[in-house]
Design a protein around this ligand. Structure first.
Ligand code: ADP
Ligand code: MG
Length: 624
């Protein structure tokens, strides 16, 4: 696999030319900004000395906005105007959101565009705008701390984010007035923070369990170069889910009613508190006050472990899958890096250690490690680092391809190909005189278009009318460093071009991705059979069409008997073509080939004769 260099080698800058660039971890729960100063990367604090900015925005009646801790204070009293975990909604349609949250947390409204909006007392807002509020606060904090305007930023995203989610994140940055140099995957940033490029070569697993997302990445370090071998994860699994199972347990223990929203929020807060207490203690005291009555319950570490074990177990399946995709055996993993606040939970560390058969790395604060890596990367991208050898490679999570004749998918960029990547493939027209071609871009692992996800369509018009199979259309797929796909098509003889930037209107849920992957494995045999049948059917169509055209032109070259046997073979093929026996179709085609042999050779002779008419035989010899 070729390695792609991101930074220009030898691009050194003098100290006074130093440009300000920061890294931002735009988290579901908490966000952070970090910068490299005097060669050291560190997170930047606000005026109160706080590093973590809760990813919460409060929309007040007077149209003012509060971001962070102050916003979070309104969560219980005014939940509908206090937007949290907005990252879950990035690049999602209302249908996607409803599928995940059967009882919606906010007043969502469907708009004409695919981006749903949330109704607040300060007006309607989209997930992109809410994220932009968070980014603006971090931008201000950075400019205040560093004393100058920012040249650019690197924002991190979960490795599993699809095109739409990445695009939405980029848009949020732009909306906040930031120059987004690049989006990088959170686990990749963590590995950079650990300086694993400076350690010995080998394979590293990055296990990132935050508040709302889980990511596992398998990276290989070779002489200071990072390569992402595979990624997997779950965009709806994290510490928030721990809080929910604990909260349900509390309600069960105390016999609390489930329908009171403000009580539910109070219990959720207490659950989170108890979870955090239990990272250092053996027992947590939980106190709930409802209708003037106080109720208490004790949660033991053992009970907590029992409650969260199924959730931890759920993270191990993507680990297994990522290792398999990377074709890495467990004992080849030389280090396991822990990222995200939820990896502070001792049970998580133990279980992950058990799974990978080694104690995980926990030296760097798991909350800040991603922002620090992003800051190091931003510093490189903006050109502050001389002769930097930092390379980051990410991968395409699902195969990208296009529809060809017969509902078949031609994969252009296979799943887990490192990005940025450009791949081109040549296609041709199917019909004589075809002047337009419709290009349908799909994503997925299955063989048939109907089983994959449609990303977009465009058409290439103005193809010169030629005989079927002689136009040459080069379709180019390009996935840029941010993971965004651009597709273009060009007819090579005329140079006519057409293309699209694929910005799917909605994102895939991780369950859908998982399902698509599982389906592709489950149906592999069935798919191959379906592909063979479709291929034979397409080929049969082509043969029959070509034959009909040839008979039209030169049918008079045949005797009645010859014509009869060709017609019989053709009818037989036409009949079998509609069935589902690919071998019978193939055989019928071979039979037709055989009986049509005389016809083909006679036509060829006649064509040669026509071509040579009026020419001297020597002319042709001279041309050889
Ligand atoms: P995200 O990447 O989703 O923004 P973070 O990495 O900031 O998330 O992690 C937030 C999660 O970590 C929350 O669910 C929070 O409750 C959890 N968390 C933070 N500190 C602790 C702790 N000491 N023990 C257990 N969980 C913790
Ligand atoms: Mg995180």
């Amino acid at each position: 696999m070729a390695l792609i260099q991101i930074s220009e080698p030898g691009q050194s800058t003098k100290p006074h030319e130093r440009k300000l660039a920061v890294g931002i971890d735009l988290g579901t729960t908490n966000s952070l900004v970090a910068a490299v100063r005097s060669g050291q990367a560190a997170t930047l604090a606000d005026e109160k000395g706080e590093h973590l900015l809760p990813s919460v925005v409060y929309y007040a009646k007077d149209k003012t906005r509060l971001v962070g801790k102050e916003a979070r204070q309104h969560q219980i009293s005014d939940p509908l105007n206090t937007i949290s975990s907005v990252k879950r909604y990035m690049g999602r349609t209302l249908d996607d959101i409803k599928a995940k949250e059967p009882s919606l947390h906010y007043n969502f409204i469907q708009t004409d565009s695919t981006v749903p909006r949330i109704k607040t007392q300060a007006g309607e807002v989209s997930a992109i705008e809410v994220s932009a509020e968070i980014l603006s606060v971090l931008k201000k904090r950075a400019e205040l701390t560093l004393g100058d305007e920012l040249t650019g930023v690197v924002i991190t995203v979960p490795a599993y984010f699809d095109d739409a989610q990445r695009q939405a994140t980029k848009d949020a940055g732009t909306l906040a007035g930031l120059n987004v140099l690049r989006l990088i995957n959170e686990p990749t940033a963590a590995a950079v923070a650990y300086g694993l490029d400076k350690s010995s070569d080998g394979v590293i697993a990055v296990y990132d369990l935050g508040g709302g997302t889980f990511d596992i990445s398998i990276l290989r370090v070779t002489q200071g170069v990072f390569e992402v071998l595979a990624t997997a994860g779950d965009t709806a699994l994290g510490g928030d889910d721990f809080d929910h199972v604990i909260a349900n347990w509390i309600k069960q223990q105390l016999g609390l009613d489930n329908s009171d929203k403000s009580l539910n929020n109070q219990v959720l807060g207490a659950a989170c508190q108890a979870k955090q207490t239990l990272t250092t203690e053996q027992l947590a005291n939980i106190e709930i006050e409802h209708n003037g009555i106080k109720a208490t319950v004790e949660l033991s570490l053992e009970q907590l472990n029992t409650l969260i074990d199924p959730l931890i177990k759920k993270t191990l399946m993507p680990c297994r899958r990522a290792l398999r995709d990377a074709q890495i055996e467990l004992d080849e993993v030389k280090a396991v890096v822990m990222v995200g606040g939820s990896t502070r939970v001792p049970r998580v560390r133990d279980r992950v250690g058990d799974y990978f058969k080694q104690p995980p790395m926990i030296d760097i604060n798991p909350d800040t490690v991603v922002a620090i890596g992003a800051a190091i990367q931003a510093d490189v991208l903006v050109g502050n680092k001389a002769d930097s050898d930092l390379l980051l490679l990410d991968v395409v999570p699902l195969s990208l391809g296009l529809e060809t004749m017969g509902d078949l998918v031609e994969k252009i960029i296979p799943r887990n190909t490192t990005i940025p990547v450009t791949r081109a493939q040549d296609f041709t027209t199917y019909k004589d005189g075809q002047t337009a071609m419709s290009i349908h871009v799909v994503q997925g692992e299955r063989e048939l278009v109907s089983d994959c996800r449609s990303l977009g369509r465009f058409s290439l018009k103005g193809i010169p009318p030629l005989v079927a199979g002689s136009a040459r259309i080069r379709v180019t797929f390009e996935v840029d460093a941010d993971g965004l796909l651009h597709v273009s098509a060009r007819e090579e003889t005329t140079g006519i071009e057409s293309g699209i930037e694929v910005k799917p209107s909605y994102g895939l849920t991780d369950t859908e991705i998982e399902k698509m992957l599982l389906d592709s494995m489950e149906h592999a045999e069935e798919d191959i059979a379906a592909r063979m049948l479709h291929e034979q059917q397409v080929e049969a169509d082509r043969v029959l069409e070509a034959l009909a055209a040839a008979l039209d032109d030169d049918g008079d070259m045949l005797s009645t008997e010859e014509r009869q046997s060709i017609d019989t073979a053709a009818e037989n093929l036409a009949k079998l073509k509609t069935g589902n026996d690919d071998r019978a179709i193939k055989q019928a085609m071979q039979e037709l080939d055989k009986v049509a042999e005389v016809f083909v050779s006679r036509r060829m002779d006649s064509n040669i004769r026509k071509a040579m008419a009026g020419h001297n035989v020597d002319e042709f010899n001279a041309q050889d």
